[in-house]
Structures are given as C-alpha cells and as structure tokens.
Design a protein around this ligand. Structure first.
Ligand SMILES: [Zn+2]
Ligand SMILES: [Zn+2]
Length: 677
C-alpha cells in the first residue's frame, strides 16, 4: 500500500518531487523536429515529455502506466512457460512484480529509417526511434515509436528482453554501421561489475541487424559498480575499418572496450584506465565526433581522456581540468558535452570554505568551452551536416567571438567566400548571413532584442588558452554596458532605410571602431545592405525550389495555394539577375499555366493581392498580409508559425493541402535552418 508504483494515488505518502534520470532523444523526434525528453521521476514513473510551444512542457505518454497494463493483461508472465501468477499477498510475488516494473535507466536509440511501399507503389521513408528501458529485475523493454512522436498512438511496439543480469545499473545503445549495414544491440552494466552487449531483435525495423548471441565485455564480479556507459563509433586508421568504442565508469576507473568487426569476425580489445580520480566517478560524457571522454568526481576534478589509436587497438592519454582554478572550490554533480563538442556543461555547488561545508547548496550549470573559435569555424566550414541549427553549439562560439571583436575574422571571411564560389551550396550562404547578422548586432549602439545572446555570457570561460579570470571579467564589463543600454528595436526601421540601398561590394569593413557616430551608422547601413543581398539570394533559391515542386506536382493548369505566377514574375523582374536554371524552369511552368494568372485575393475586400514583395502582400485598399516564407502564400490568418530566430512567418498546414505542400511547410527556415513552429 505504501508503494508509489502500485499505488500512485496512495494518499499515505507525501508526493515525491524531482527526477532520478532523464534522457534526450536524438533531434528530429517531435512534431517540430526537435528532441523528446524521457523522464524518470523519484517515484519511478517513466514518461515522455515534449516542449511543443515555447517554454511549455507537455507529457505525451506515461509509459509506466501502459507497461503496467500490459503486464496485467499477461498475468505478469513474459512467456507461456513461466509459472502461473502468484498471490500478491505473498511477499516474494510482490517483490517480483515490483522489480519487473521499476525502471532503473532508459536510453534512446538513433533514428531508424525504413522504406514503406504504399498502395500506389510509391515509396515512403518512415522514421522511428527506440527507447530501451532497463528494469530492476534485469528485463529490458524496447519501445518503438513512429516519428513524429505525438502521443500514445505513435507507439508501434513494445518487446521485453530478459537480460539475466543481476543488479543491473546502466544501459546504452550499441550502434554500428559499416557499408550501409547497420547493427545494434544494448550494452548493459551491473552494480556487481560485469558489462555485456545483448542482441536486440526487432522484426519491425527492416534492414537492421543484431548480434547472434550476447557478447561479454567484462565478466568479473569484482564489485566495482558500472556507473555510466557510453558508446562512440570511430574509424580505426591502422586496421582500416569502422569500430565502436565502449567506455564504462567503474568506481574511480574507466573501463574501455574496442569492438572491431572485420571479415574474420568480431574482435574485442579491452582494458582499464587507472589513476584518473581519487574518488569514484560521478558522471561521464563523450564527444561523439572524436571519442574524447570526460569524467568527473565529486571533488571538482574533471579528466579529459583522448583516445590514441595504436596498431591493433587504442590507448588513452588523459589530462586534468581543475575546476577550482576557474570556479574556486566547487563540488561537481554531473557533466555533459554539447552535441558538436563545443562546450562542456558542469553542474556544481559550492565546495568547502575554510574547511566547512556550505549551509545551503546552490546548484549552477557552468559552461566551459572545449574548442577555440578557429576550431569551431573550421568544423562549421567542413561540416557534413550542413545545417546551422544542428551545430548550434559551434555557431555559438563563433557568435561570441564576433560580438566581442565587432569584426568577422579575415580567414573565415575568405574561406567562406571561396566555399560559396566553388560550391554555391545554400548552407554557406546561410552561414554568411549568420555572420553578417551578428556583425550588425555587435555594431549597434543600442542593441535590439538580443536574440542570439543568452543572458549569462560571462560564465563562459575558455579553458584551452585563457584559464584565468581575465576573460570573464572582460565579458562581464561588456555585458554590463550593453544591458544598461537595452532599448526596444530599431532593427525594423533600419531595415527599411537599408532597403533603398544597393548592396555594395563584398569587402568587409575593417576591424576596430572608425571614428564617430556617423561612421558607425554608415557601416551599419553597409552591413544591412549585404544582409539584404544574402537574404535575397536565399529567397530566390528557395523560390526556385518551390517552383520546382509546383512543376513536379501539377499536371494540368490548376490553382494551387502557391502564388506561382507572382513568383515567376518576381524572379524575372530583376534584370541584373541572370540565372539560367530559373529561366528554364519558369519557361516550363509558363507553358503549363498558359495565360492564366490565378491571383491571390484579399479576404477582407476581395481585391487582388499583387506579388511585389517577398515578405508581405498589400491590396489596393491597404490591407497588409505577411507572406509565408515557405510557400510565399499571403498568410491571411492571425495564427502563424515562426522560426526560432523570428526571421519571418510561415502558415500552418491545412487539412486540404496536398502532401507536397505539407512537406514544403515542414521545411526548416530557409535563412537559419531552425525549425518553424
Ligand atoms: Zn484588402
Ligand atoms: Zn530563421
């Protein structure tokens, strides 16, 4: 009666608050293409939460409840051969049922994609994600969710695996890819010491393979509890094959294991790294790009472990990051590395002062930069992701540098121009737009809404080349000045002034401040002109994409919600702009449309809405409607979506929209890559 799992409504106990463990899904799982959060509360409830609207968290599903119902339906037996259900009055039976539904940990897999053939023989790519939940009795429930995850109806299956591991403590997905062959399994650690990988058979996910039998990575029951497990895919430069690096925090040691799959079969190399901490490791994190591992113990010491490949396997070189040098005496509770490895986030509380523990604990999240600005910029330039939003931690380092120096470093400017010239890929144009916007912001006397600037800029300290407090103080001062001057925008007005201006040549203003107020104003106008020009380029590229979709999906002349004729005329209106592909595309579309124009009409006065501006439509009676930046349709409703940077607006998909328009409306912002919602 006193158990919260069995009796969530039980009035006998005060409510427990807080979380035991949380786990972020990969990006692209919720309706807006962002992450889901699996949360395990102190009273052992496992739920999936989503941040659908800004700053508003919603519970999508209570997995504890659904799993409990499933167990009830099967009389608490996983297989038919199991002994029939016992009596709940029996304490052993009570314990058995309790441990089979008390989650210990949960972890998300990567996104699995499979092809589905529809009735009309059309192929559809379907995404799904798996959530593995480890229970006290060693069972693992593997939930499969259809993407985007919207709630209970997105659950496609739930399979329970019996691991047979006693006192299980942690789990992590093992995901391996070689020659388009994907393998996966679950790495499970025990509080007694052993670590093994279990096969995960999922018939529903076609094209994915698993192990034939469990692989034991560490078998000794040496009473060193496994506290955390991470797995990183790497490429072995000497063995010339992809491999998986598994690391597990065991007591104050790091156990590592390298899995190499070659024609000869599976090769396992393992060892422990010792001499890292004098206290047990409380938290461990790994950089997915290069396999660098970070561990921390509660005494404020963080270790960075860098894997170095040897002929056969690898070894680790490690160095100490002493947080007390930067933050003073602190206790550390957890660490996490940001997705592209730009920052290490650390949860700290005050340490001992004069040999006494503090009376109150103030939990703080500190950010330590792990990369220099140059490294971040180089990574962004050579990125295979080509999406600014997915690399937002690297972007943030670049942003910080430009805000501070009020100038775009020459090497970055040149490298970017070269990329734009040689490839023309829109990602580089978006990167350029981002740099110009930040430069504009850095030069403003009265900063407009600091959309790119978080409030606690001063807490970032670059460990690599400036461990002192000097940097932080600099920043603090800067923060102080700017925050005193914050007034409302000016950006809108400036942009209008700027519109009349022709884009000037591409050279950037020299660094440093040039003279008085007028010189700054002039520079701002110049940057504004460049921003306009880049935005125009990106708009044209997106318009071409939209017209391409119209051409592909309309067979006969028909009135789509996209102002096709307006887009064609707009693209052709600038005589200086010469684009052969656009001309050819527009030629084809014009043939299809014949002489028809299908103009848009103002819903208030029924007048024609001409297409003269990419951002808005004005009828002859002066009614102004904003244009959706994904379809260029005038948005004649008061409910619309925006990207995270508030660049512009987009309409909501309507039920009568054909699939291809719905797909267009799902695209990220053409200016900043962020999701639109
Ligand atoms: Zn009107
Ligand atoms: Zn945007």
């Amino acid at each position: 009666m006193l158990d919260r799992v069995f009796n969530p409504e039980g009035k006998a106990l005060p409510p427990m608050r807080g979380f035991k463990y949380t786990s972020w899904s990969p990006m692209g799982c919720d309706a807006n293409g962002r992450c889901l959060l699996a949360a395990l509360t102190m009273d052992n409830r496992l739920t999936v939460q989503v941040n659908l609207n800004r700053l508003q968290w919603v519970q999508l599903v209570d997995l504890t409840e659904i799993y409990g119902e499933r167990l009830y339906e099967t009389s608490y037996r996983l297989s038919k051969n199991e002994a029939p259900e016992g009596n709940l009055g029996d304490f052993a039976e009570f314990q058995r049922r309790h441990s089979m539904q008390t989650p210990v940990r949960m972890e998300w897999s990567g996104i699995c994609t499979t092809q589905q053939v529809k009735h009309n023989n059309e192929c559809r790519v379907v995404g799904s994600v798996l959530l593995a939940v480890l229970f006290e009795n060693g069972n693992i429930a593997v939930w499969q969710f259809q993407l985007p995850f919207v709630g209970k109806e997105s659950i496609s299956s739930c399979n329970t695996i019996e691991s047979g591991i006693s006192s299980p403590s942690v789990l992590f997905w093992w995901e391996y890819e070689h020659n388009n062959r994907k393998m996966s399994g679950l790495i499970v650690g025990s509080a007694f010491g052993p670590v093994k990988i279990l096969p995960v058979n999922l018939k529903a996910v076609k094209g994915y393979f698993t192990l034939r039998q469990p692989v034991v990575l560490w078998k000794e029951m040496d009473q060193l509890p496994v506290h955390g497990i991470k797995c990183v895919p790497l490429y072995h430069p000497y063995q010339k094959c992809s491999c998986s690096l598994v690391v597990a925090a065991r007591g104050s040691y790091v156990f590592w294991c390298l899995l190499l799959i070659s024609k000869a079969g599976l090769n396992v190399h393992n060892s422990h790294v010792t001499g890292l901490h004098s206290l047990p490791i409380v938290s461990m994190t790994a950089d997915k790009q290069n396999g660098t591992v970070y561990t921390c113990s509660s005494d404020g010491k963080v270790r960075q472990l860098i894997p170095i490949f040897t002929d056969i396997a690898l070894k680790f070189e490690h160095q100490l990051i002493k947080l007390s040098d930067v933050f003073g005496s602190v206790r550390t509770h957890g660490i996490a590395v940001s997705p592209c490895g730009a920052y290490l986030a650390i949860i700290t509380t005050e340490g001992m002062v004069n040999g006494l523990h503090p009376v109150n604990k103030n939990y703080q999240v500190q950010f330590v930069t792990l990369k220099t600005f140059e490294e971040a910029a180089a990574q962004l330039l050579e990125s295979s992701v080509q999406n600014l939003f997915k690399q937002v931690d690297l972007i943030d380092l670049v942003r910080w540098k430009i805000l501070k120096d009020k100038h775009i470093p020459q090497f970055l400017h040149e490298a970017l121009e070269k990329k734009i010239e040689s490839s023309g890929v829109t990602y580089f144009w978006r990167f350029k737009l981002f740099l110009l916007r930040i430069l504009y912001q850095s030069m403003q006397k009265t900063p407009s809404e600091a959309l790119w600037k978080p409030a606690h800029e001063d807490s970032k300290i670059l460990i690599v080349d400036s461990p002192g407090m000097g940097n932080a103080e600099d920043e603090q001062q800067e923060e102080g000045t700017s925050s005193r001057q914050v007034t409302k925008p000016g950006l809108q007005e400036r942009s209008r002034e700027g519109e009349a201006e022709e884009p000037t040549d591409d050279s950037l203003p020299p660094s440093g401040d040039g003279g008085g107020h007028e010189a700054v104003e002039e520079k701002l106008l110049e940057i504004q002109g460049k921003i306009e020009a880049v935005e125009m380029h990106l708009t044209r590229e997106h318009m071409k994409r939209v017209l391409g979709e119209v051409y592909l999906h309309t067979w006969i002349t028909e009135n789509t919600s996209i102002p096709t004729r307006g887009l064609c005329n707009f693209l052709m209106s600038d005589e200086e702009y010469e684009d052969r592909t656009a001309r050819v595309l527009i030629g084809h579309i014009s043939k299809k449309m014949n002489k028809q124009t299908f103009p848009e009409h103002c819903s208030l006065c029924k007048e024609i809405l001409p297409f003269t501006d990419r951002k808005q439509a004005v009828c002859s009676n002066g009614h102004i409607w904003l244009r959706c930046f994904l379809t260029y349709q005038s948005c004649q409703s008061l409910i619309y979506r925006r990207c995270l940077l508030h660049d512009s607006i987009a309409r909501h998909p309507a039920p009568e929209d054909p699939d291809w328009i719905k797909r267009l409306l799902q695209s990220p912002c053409p200016f900043c890559d962020s999701p639109v919602f």
